[in-house]
Design a protein around this ligand. Structure first.
Ligand code: ATP
Length: 290
């Protein structure tokens, strides 16, 4: 194979808890991860000249060795002593610095893509071991679907598919850095913890109402406290039929779960009209073929 085009899916967190801040500064997390049908498109092409050549449709995103795509390709080339070079084009569609694991999912697509393009036959387990060197969420993105993620994000337990519903995703016009949110979270003095076990049980039982009932994200205590737009968007979603609306990851993206597409469309219209967000998507859960 000479060329491969693949989709890199974004995620939302149906539940996000921080257990504690470790001595080394990392945070111990428990998260329910779910891929959504919103994706970047990566084109991977073998080249005769050696080296990694990367391009992207977004002007502000560097395509050099700081990009997670570049870093992942370099790691795969070194690990498997690949000869020649590779050209990678990234068509970015997932909002950036948004709490949707955009960079991690691009990295994951490079691990999966190079494995396929060069017919390496590397197991998902091994790809995940390599992926965690790039970022804690990369192993999850390599497998995708519904999962309980623990540790710093690298300990994964796969779960059955969450029952389908309509997912409205809205990213306001400002960026939030994950680092800022964790630095401002008082992890060791949180008074409330979401019931992640109850959510995992509801998923195993195929009980969407049960999943929705315990949706919670402790990082809202930092990001939502700073940006009122997040509360405003959650309210618009809830007033227009969302079963629940919540921030994803460290934010500022907000998503709402709906039974009816027309309710999600109506909320999307209001969010755009009130200028709360420009990047607004009516989407669904994405379940990779197992
Ligand atoms: P997470 O949900 O994992 O916290 P995020 O959505 O908050 O991720 P990203 O969009 O993954 O954040 O990226 C954050 C920063 O990482 C960007 O501002 C950019 O500087 C850098 N970055 C490096 N590679 C990429 C990439 N391929 N796509 C997006 N951002 C990248």
């Amino acid at each position: 194979m000479e060329k491969l085009v693949l989709n890199a899916y974004a995620k939302v967190n149906l539940g996000l808890d921080v257990l504690r801040r470790r001595e080394d500064g990392y945070h111990e997390l428990r998260m329910i991860m779910q891929t959504v049908d919103l994706y970047d498109i990566l084109t991977l092409e073998k080249t005769e000249e050696t080296g990694i050549a990367m391009t992207c449709n977004i002007e502000g995103l560097p395509c050099d060795e700081t990009n997670l795509v570049y870093k992942s390709a370099k790691l795969m080339f070194e690990e498997y002593h690949l000869s020649g070079g590779i050209r990678i084009h990234l068509e970015k569609r997932i909002p950036m610095a948004a709490g949707m694991a955009g960079g991690s999912t691009d990295a994951a697509a490079v691990f999966n893509g190079i494995n396929e393009l060069y017919d390496l036959g590397v197991s998902k387990e091994r790809l995940c071991e390599l992926g965690v060197k790039i970022g804690a969420d990369v192993p999850y993105c390599i497998v995708g679907g519904t999962a309980l993620s623990e540790g710093i994000g690298e300990v994964l337990t796969m779960l059955p598919n969450v029952p389908d519903c309509v997912v409205l995703i809205a990213k306001p016009d400002f960026d939030v850095s994950t680092k800022y949110v964790f630095e401002n979270l008082h992890a060791n003095s949180l008074t409330y913890h979401p019931d992640i076990d109850a959510q995992a049980s509801a998923i195993r039982a195929g009980d969407l109402a049960g999943v929705v009932r315990v949706m919670d994200n402790v990082l809202e205590t930092v990001t939502e406290a700073k940006y009122t737009e997040i509360t405003d968007m959650k309210n618009v979603m809830k007033e227009n039929g969302a079963m629940r609306a919540m921030m994803s990851g460290s934010g500022p993206t907000v998503f709402g779960l709906y039974e009816k597409a027309e309710d999600a469309e109506k909320a999307a219209h209001i969010i755009r009209e009130r200028n709360l967000a420009k990047q607004v998507f009516v989407s669904s859960f994405y379940h990779p073929v197992k």
